[in-house]
Ligand binder design. Structure first.
Ligand code: NAP
Length: 542
């Protein structure tokens, strides 16, 4: 059985094989991968570090956590029965409801029998002699299979700043992406939030309501647009459900995988009044569609500035203290970092129990036992919330010691930045696939349809290779090289490389500065279809 203890001889022979595919991670990617493989007659097993399904939605339980893509779209479409039977309660789902949905999917498709929870994968080694992947867990269990799918998520490796004194802090500290399962109550507490990205922007208004006093430590201000969340009525849900196929088809045709297509019109081609009206309409609608207002917002600095200034005006209009408003106004390109979606974020700074601490000139260099030290002052708090983001797209893969042909490690291979073919496969690592890996559109799109597209591509490819009687599928070096060049070329034509975003990896000290996602969801899907239609062009079948 696949759970023999590690005998220490490192041979594949000690880990017997009883499934076709091992999957790492029981988030939305891993769960659908298992289901899809079953549909095609393969067997699979998921190894999951948590004790439940849901991936990012299992770990991100911080106050105020909710999706910034609309619920009716941020859901699976592979089963029409599933999408018809599930009722989302709000325009943007709160984390507990998304987790409930993930659990419903696991039960409905009987996935739990093939999921090993509390199983942290420490290494994955390809054994060339048998074309097998052997995965070893932290506790020494070994599992092996011909194929291995990394469904480890794009934003699942928490970035906790290694600040001097952190572990001597007398109070409790948390990271938004690794939140405890039990409820954390900040009532009557003095709380510090470090960071002002999407997670912080959702958490701050909720924590401010509970806390005695909240200090927000801001290194860089961020643009945020109102979510305008609201309950969904039965009529609204039914209307979408009646035409779900059309909505799903539309999502596939837009650049972000949602129903909002980016306008073709350049921002400077219209009058100032027209521009303002367009921004106002998007602002009033709420959500990420703001960036679809004009076609060149991420191509032309001057165009971008018009969209940026509109948001700054709204910040100045909302925040009563002029100095605080100025500190909250970003100066960078809007959308260069992922736009945040908020509920009452800027308004929260009008509360008497909220203090914005500007750490743009000097970082928090130390945490004293009583609280963070910034600008020479100790901020005495009972709890610190690090809303400091993730080692995105590559972090969870880098934590696993992945070894391909000739013992090449993925960490070595990606030493100067990730290299993949289509964000799905890596030359030198046969039969290993990544769901929404670097080099795929993933994080720039609605993740659920992107995940489904990857799962279906991978499952079909495994099926194709199996049908041909081959034992290995591997991206060729040439195809990978060309793809990496293409990803970089597209990014280089935009304003994305102009700021220090996690898309570029620069939020993590020492991580190479490389733009990781692929720009262009419809073009990407077309490329995948072409690859499949041409006998998996760019892959070598062995
Ligand atoms: P993030 O966008 O990377 O923001 C991290 C914040 O922490 C930034 O303000 C950053 O400042 C700050 N920071 C990092 N290290 C710091 C340090 N050592 N000292 C002080 N400040 C520090 O992370 P996130 O907010 O968790 O969001 C990450 C992504 O997750 C989002 O972009 C989004 O894609 C996804 N997300 C989605 C939702 C949703 O669906 N609604 C919610 C949350 C997150 P700098 O800007 O100066 O680096």
């Amino acid at each position: 059985m696949s759970e023999k203890p590690n005998t220490g001889n490192g041979e594949a022979a000690t880990a017997e094989t009883d499934v076709d595919v091992l999957i790492v991670g029981a988030g939305f990617g891993g769960m659908y991968m298992l289901q899809k493989l079953r549909e095609l007659g393969f067997t699979g097993r998921i190894l999951e570090r948590g004790d439940g399904v849901g991936g990012t939605w299992y770990w991100n339980r911080y106050p105020g956590a909710r999706c910034d893509v609309e619920s009716m779209e941020y859901s699976y479409q592979f089963s029409d029965a599933l999408q018809q039977e599930w009722d989302w309660s709000e325009r943007y789902s709160p984390q507990p409801e998304i987790l409930q949905y993930a659990n419903h999917v696991a039960d409905r498709f009987d996935l739990r029998d093939d999921i090993r929870f509390n199983t942290l994968v420490a290494s994955a080694t390809f054994h060339e002699d048998r074309n097998l992947w052997v995965l070893e867990t932290q506790s020494g269990e070994r599992h092996s299979a011909r194929h291995c799918v990394m469904a480890t998520g794009c934003l699942s490796s928490a970035n906790v700043p290694d600040v001097k004194g952190r572990d001597e802090f007398k109070g409790a500290w948390y990271h938004t992406g690794n939140w405890p399962q039990e409820e954390v109550d900040f009532t009557g507490k003095r709380v510090a939030v470090v960071g002002t990205g999407s997670s912080a922007i959702q958490a701050i208004p909720v924590i401010a309501e509970q806390a005695d006093h909240l200090y927000v430590f801001q290194r860089t201000p961020n643009y945020a647009v109102p979510a305008r969340n609201k309950p969904l009525t039965a009529e609204e849900r039914d209307r979408v459900k009646a035409t779900y196929d059309d909505l799903r088809a539309l999502e596939k045709s837009t650049r972000n995988g949602t129903r909002f297509e980016v306008s073709d019109v350049p921002a400077l081609a219209v009058s100032a009044e027209e521009r303002e009206a367009r921004y106002r309409a998007m602002w009033d609608n709420g959500g990420l569609c703001y960036m679809t207002s004009f076609g060149d917002l991420l191509l032309n600095t001057e165009a971008n500035e018009t969209a940026a200034e509109f948001i700054r005006e709204r910040i100045r209009e909302t925040v009563e203290d002029r100095d605080v408003a100025d500190l909250l106004c970003p100066t960078s390109v809007v959308g260069c970092k992922r736009l945040c979606v908020d509920t009452d974020y800027f308004k929260t700074y009008n509360r008497p129990n909220v203090t914005l601490v500007d750490i743009s000139k000097a970082p928090i260099g130390e945490i004293a036992p009583d609280g963070p030290i910034a600008n020479g002052e100790v901020y005495e708090v009972d709890a610190i919330v690090f809303a400091t983001g993730f080692d995105a797209m590559t972090g969870s893969l880098a934590k696993i010691d992945i070894r391909g042909r000739g013992g090449l490690t993925l960490r070595e291979k990606w030493g100067e930045g990730p290299r993949t073919y289509l964000g799905i496969a890596i030359s030198g690592f046969p039969n290993l696939f990544t769901i929404t890996g670097p080099g795929s559109p993933s994080v720039l799109t609605n993740m659920l349809p992107s995940i489904e597209q990857h799962v279906e591509f991978i499952a079909d490819m495994i099926s194709y290779a199996d049908g041909k009687g081959t034992t290995s599928i591997e991206a060729t070096f040439e195809a990978e090289d060309e793809w990496v060049g293409h990803v970089n070329l597209l990014a280089g034509k935009t304003l994305y490389p102009t700021c220090n975003s996690w898309y570029l990896g620069v939020n993590i000290p020492g991580k190479p500065r490389v733009f990781m996602p692929y720009l262009g969801y419809p073009a990407y899907q077309a490329k995948c279809r072409d690859v499949a239609a041409n006998d998996y062009d760019g892959f070598a079948l062995g």
